[in-house]
Design a protein around this ligand. Structure first.
Ligand code: 13P
Length: 280
């Protein structure tokens, strides 16, 4: 999926899921737009949904019942070593091992072990060098720029795609954010060649920066907070308009509908920006 994206100069969106509405909204949008898609599951979201086996059951059920024919990957986001093993067992199609907080030798050692395990199970694996700033589900990063030499070292371990810190941050960007370091991205791409690169912290990055990042070898872009903000705003509007108190407006299928539709609109906007529409 990502080799094709890199060769075709577009990026596939990873949209993080939290529950049934999220998953349904993302899958339906991908199918409507004929776009490949990656469903991201953080360890926190996995726990929230009662465990990885529930997630696999829900996603596989939806793929069948919703007649989804576009390529879909189910991917662990920022996994620990143990989390990766659990997702292999549960039947995910892809894992991310985030060893960026370990000294580089330890990151390399653990990534190497997980590459073998993932590939023995026909799964793909993402690794990370240089932590992504901000906080996501308890995973806190300082927002550093990765060392291109270390990126090359990890890319050579046989991983399928590489997340490298280039000044990106999870969550909303602060007003004084300096922007992505294209210089770092360019030297990472030069050292790692065909390796698809991953841009985390997709929420709030200006369009021109997204396009430039794709030009410089980014083939996967992660979006999480932006769907949460869209969902929350639409749900707030529904409640504030008193619609939950009209007729059967309290029915969860009605109450959660505006939020679900808002997620669909955000995912559509991102797929159009990333260039993945029609690329299934
Ligand atoms: P945002 O929440 O900033 O969109 O980041 C998502 C992400 O990188 C998931 O790994």
């Amino acid at each position: 999926m990502l080799k094709k994206a890199k060769a075709g100069h577009y990026a596939v969106g990873q949209f993080n899921i939290n529950n049934l509405e999220w998953t349904k909204a993302i899958l339906q949008t991908a199918q409507d737009l004929n776009s490949p898609v990656i469903l991201g599951v953080s360890e926190g979201a996995g726990k929230y949904m009662t465990g990885y086996k529930t997630v696999v059951g829900m996603v596989n059920g939806m793929l069948e019942e919703m007649n989804i024919t576009v390529p879909v990957a189910l991917h662990l986001d920022h996994g620990s070593y143990e989390g990766c093993l659990k997702c292999v067992e549960a039947g995910f199609s892809s894992i991310m091992f985030d060893g960026s907080h370990y000294p580089i030798d330890e990151n390399v050692e653990k990534t190497k072990e997980l590459v073998k395990i993932a590939h023995d199970n026909n799964m793909s694996i993402e690794a990370e060098v240089g932590s992504i700033g901000g906080e996501e589900d308890g995973v806190i990063g300082k927002g550093e720029c990765a060392d291109p030499e270390e990126c090359k070292m990890v890319a050579d371990l046989g991983i399928d795609f590489l997340a490298a810190g280039i000044g990106n941050i999870h969550g909303k960007y602060p007003d004084n954010w300096e922007g992505l370091s294209f210089e770092t991205l360019d030297s990472i791409q030069q050292k790692t060649g065909d390796m698809p690169l991953v841009l985390h912290g997709g929420t709030g990055i200006p369009e021109d920066m997204i396009k430039k990042a794709i030009d410089l070898g980014v083939a996967k872009i992660n979006v999480n907070t932006e769907c949460q903000l869209s969902f929350a705003a639409a749900t707030r509007e529904y409640i504030e308009a008193g619609k939950d108190q009209e007729g059967k407006g309290f029915d969860p299928r009605k109450l959660l509908k505006p939020g679900t539709e808002a997620i669909m609109a955000t995912v559509k906007e991102k797929m159009e920006l990333f260039g993945s529409v029609g690329k299934a």
